[in-house]
Design a protein around this ligand. Structure first.
Ligand code: FES
Ligand code: FES
Length: 169
C-alpha cells in the first residue's frame, strides 16, 4: 500500500503554510521543493554536516533528519528569515565583512547555528563559539574566519550578557 499525502501546517519565518506532502518527506525537501526556500542547503543528507540546519521552536535541528510530520504546528526559522526590511542580520554582515563564507554551502547552516548560539549566549568566548558550531562542517574556510565572524557579530551587539555561560568545556 502506498503512503498517502497529508496536509501539514507549518509556520516558516512567520508565514503559515498548509503543505500537501508525504508525512515522511524530509523537512529539508519541503522547504526547498514545496516552499521554494532554497537557502537551506543539503550537504551530507545524513545528519553529519549541519548544512541543512534550521531552528524549530527555537531548537537547532538538521532538517535532513526531520520528517515533515514532526513539524506539524511548529514554528521554523530558516536563513531567509534572518534579514529584515532589506537589512542583513548582524551575523550575515559579519560573515560578509570577515570573509566567513567562501563557496557558501555551509553558510546558511553556520548562520542558523550561530543564531542559536547567540540567542542563548549573546557574548560567547571563542571556545564557546567552537562548541556552538561543532555540528557544522566547512570545507573551505578553515573555520577561523567563521569564528571571527561570530565574534564580530557578538561584539556589534551592545546588550549585556544575561547570565554567565554554563556549558564551557
Ligand atoms: Fe543535513 Fe548534512 S545535509 S546534516
Ligand atoms: Fe564552502 Fe564552508 S564556505 S563549505
Amino acid at each position: 500500500m502506498s503512503a498517502s499525502m497529508s496536509t501539514i501546517h507549518i509556520t516558516v519565518n512567520g508565514t503559515s503554510y498548509a503543505v500537501q506532502a508525504l508525512p515522511m518527506k524530509r523537512l529539508l525537501d519541503v522547504l526547498r521543493e514545496d516552499l521554494c526556500l532554497t537557502g537551506t542547503k543539503e550537504g551530507c543528507g545524513e545528519g553529519e554536516c549541519g548544512s541543512c540546519s534550521v531552528r524549530m521552536n527555537g531548537e537547532l535541528v538538521n532538517s535532513c533528519l526531520v520528517p515533515v510530520l514532526q513539524a506539524e504546528g511548529v514554528s521554523i526559522e530558516t536563513v531567509e528569515g534572518l534579514a529584515t526590511n532589506g537589512e542583513l542580520h548582524p551575523l550575515q554582515q559579519a560573515f560578509l565583512n570577515c570573509g566567513g563564507a567562501q563557496c557558501g554551502i555551509c553558510t546558511p547552516g553556520m548562520l542558523m547555528a550561530a543564531t542559536q548560539l547567540l540567542s542563548i549566549n549573546p557574548h560567547p568566548s571563542l571556545s564557546e563559539i567552537r562548541e556552538g558550531l561543532a555540528g557544522n562542517l566547512c570545507r573551505c574556510t578553515g573555520f577561523t574566519r567563521i569564528f571571527e565572524s561570530v565574534l564580530a557579530a557578538a561584539a556589534s551587539d551592545s546588550s549585556p550578557s544575561p547570565e554567565p555561560a554554563t556549558n564551557a568545556r
